[in-house]
Design a protein around this ligand. Sequence first.
Ligand SMILES: Nc1ncnc2c1ncn2[C@@H]1O[C@H](COP(=O)(O)OP(=O)(O)OP(=O)(O)O)[C@@H](O)[C@H]1O
Ligand SMILES: [Mg+2]
Length: 326
Amino acid sequence: MENIIEVKNLTKTYNRKTILSKLSFQVKKGELFTLIGPNGAGKTTLFKILTGQIKQDSGTARIFDINVESLLESKYKLRISYVPQADLLWDNLTVKENIFLMGKLYGLKKAQIEEKANKFLTDFNLIEHQNKLASKLSGGMKKKLSIAMSLMNDPLLLFLDEPTTGLDIEARTLLTEDLKKLKEEGITIILTTHLMEVAESLASKVLIIDKGKVVAFGKIENIINKFIGDKVLQVGCLKRNAEFEDFINKEVKSLKKTDYIRIKQTFFFKGEKVQELMQVISSSKFIEDIYEINIKKSSLKEAFLFITNKIYKNGNNSNFLLEVRK
Ligand SMILES: Nc1ncnc2c1ncn2[C@@H]1O[C@H](COP(=O)(O)OP(=O)(O)OP(=O)(O)O)[C@@H](O)[C@H]1O
Ligand SMILES: [Mg+2]
């Protein structure tokens, strides 16, 4: 069984509104896989379907070659962990008691629980907080405790919905290291995050969804190459200036509408023309209203902005999707 997760044409509607639309993708055994998409794209909904909490309207989702609807009756039931976006902890129990109770629920022996609890409390820097009530933890500590608890059952498959939210930079770095370690131990991990640098540092495969549709899927470097190329020009304007947008459209004749995006007062340009554009803009009168202008190496962040903004800009996205699917 090469594919641990196999999703085909998955569709979900809420009150006649389409939330997921014919979603298809696969996650291979041992893969570290990041799902990204703007707020409301459908990430949590997808996780809920994959973990059997809600049902799709049509399409199939198979995990370990079993339809998700039957997963809870299978031998894999206790080997799949899910850390929801909103932490689920026993608030009136301490950190240690939360972990111990989880171990008990999984039917582990006392000695096993103690060994694992010690390991995870240490790994996640929670030892000194082990006697605190869960309700008294900071947001980041709650997240770490939730993840530690999700590892008590030696999962084969781990779903993490925004595990990095609320973590400080050190905790985030440690977590990405831990996730890489877990991957090396053979655990298949699928996570969502809004932090592109997390996906990049995990060197994971990425699925980008927007409005419930797959808009890009693959290795990060391939996504960057395909959608924006190796360089982008970023121009930050002090104020919204329609005249400036007219100017660049007129001045650089070969500039296409799809070669740039604007997010409020910040413009991102891609393509061959970025050097020329920078010079044209720098020597124009508009430079006075610009606080930032530089060409930088493209990252997933810019690729993501181009991919998700292109959709809004173009309205009907059918050609664009075809291009992505190739
Ligand atoms: N129980 C529900 N009933 C009706 N609509 C829902 C329900 N749950 C989610 N939705 C809607 O489905 C859409 C997708 O929500 P979802 O939580 O899956 O997004 P998300 O990608 O996880 O977003 P975020 O990045 O903010 O966590 C949203 O428009 C949301 O309002
Ligand atoms: Mg969500």
